[in-house]
Design a binder for this molecule. Structure first.
Ligand SMILES: Nc1ncnc2c1ncn2[C@@H]1O[C@H](COP(=O)(O)OP(=O)(O)OP(=O)(O)O)[C@@H](O)[C@H]1O
Ligand SMILES: [Mg+2]
Length: 267
């Protein structure tokens, strides 16, 4: 077993209004080594907060994050996070962005450049190493962001809607690219997405979160062989089931938002 989340709860303070908004409600999850797990849930339910806690970026929360038997606190090289907005440094070239983590670690220039060039080649970007992020397509920027994380050899890769801003064709290409990288390296990936089709296409398992405060509503084990046919009947069946659960959550949320007005009108 690779990653275990035990009773993760989190609330954000409401600033001047006082009080606190609960965002996560006792999330328990076990992820096996090498699994590709997607997390889906209603908008604003706490998905990014969950990834931020796992990656060590949130300091105040309840519960434990356990990586291969050890409780972890704070950020660590063993856990890599890829954001939706590639978060590349605009003043650094592709090569300089990819080598950055190694540079911070004190790896020699020669060594880190050689390694960064290997990733650039493996990721199909040779010839573009000296370009700046603004000179790269969205798909390429995302590949740079993934390469920059993978070069640090994390045990777990967390991805927060990494393909959310790509057009649909580039998104499909990037999904296939990510699967290929994952299969070659046998990584453990925790992948947050809004896109149920993407989750079914990619994952070994889909975890569906409730509306805020998020708790786990359901797990789907997906054993279909890869590469998957996006239009196959069994793929569609899972898709429908997940979409129905999410729709139900949205309906509950809408009822919850409108209820005070209904009560006020009735009283
Ligand atoms: N730093 C913060 N301070 C206060 N509230 C926050 C903070 N970060 C997030 N929140 C609130 O916590 C809730 C969950 O946010 P989070 O970003 O984790 O949701 P999400 O599921 O990733 O949303 P989305 O689907 O829009 O990406 C939201 O209501 C958000 O407004
Ligand atoms: Mg989010």
């Amino acid at each position: 077993m690779c990653l275990e989340l035990v009773g993760l709860s989190k609330a954000f303070n409401n600033g001047k209004q006082g009080g606190a908004t609960p965002v996560l409600a006792a999330v328990n999850l076990r992820i096996e080594r090498g699994q590709f797990v997607s997390i889906v849930g209603p908008s604003g339910c706490g998905k990014s907060t969950l990834l931020r806690i796992i990656s060590g970026l949130e300091s105040s929360f309840e519960g434990d994050v356990i990586l291969e038997g050890r409780r972890i606190t704070g950020t660590s090289q063993e856990i890599g996070l890829v954001f939706q907005q590639y978060a590349l440094f605009p003043w650094r070239t592709m090569l300089e962005n990819i080598e950055m983590g190694l540079e911070i670690m004190g790896v020699s220039k020669e060594e880190r450049r050689a390694l960064a060039r290997e990733y650039i080649r493996a990721f199909g970007m040779s010839g573009a190493e000296d370009r700046y992020p603004s000179q790269l397509s969205g798909g390429m920027q995302q590949r740079v962001a993934i390469a920059r994380t993978l070069i640090m050899k994390p045990r777990i890769i967390l991805m927060d809607e990494p393909f959310g801003s790509l057009d649909s064709q580039t998104r499909n290409d990037m999904q296939e690219f990510l699967l290929q990288v994952w299969q070659e390296r046998n990584e453990t990936i925790v992948f947050v997405t809004h896109n149920v089709d993407e989750a079914v296409f990619l994952s070994d398992r889909i975890v569906v979160l409730s509306r805020r405060p998020a708790s786990i509503l359901k797990h789907f084990e997906i054993n279909f062989a890869r590469p998957r046919d996006r239009t196959a009947r069994e793929v569609n069946e899972v898709r429908h089931e997940v979409i129905n659960i999410l729709r139900e959550q949205r309906r509950e949320q809408d009822t919850w938002i409108t209820r005070p007005h209904v009560e006020a009108a009735g009283s």
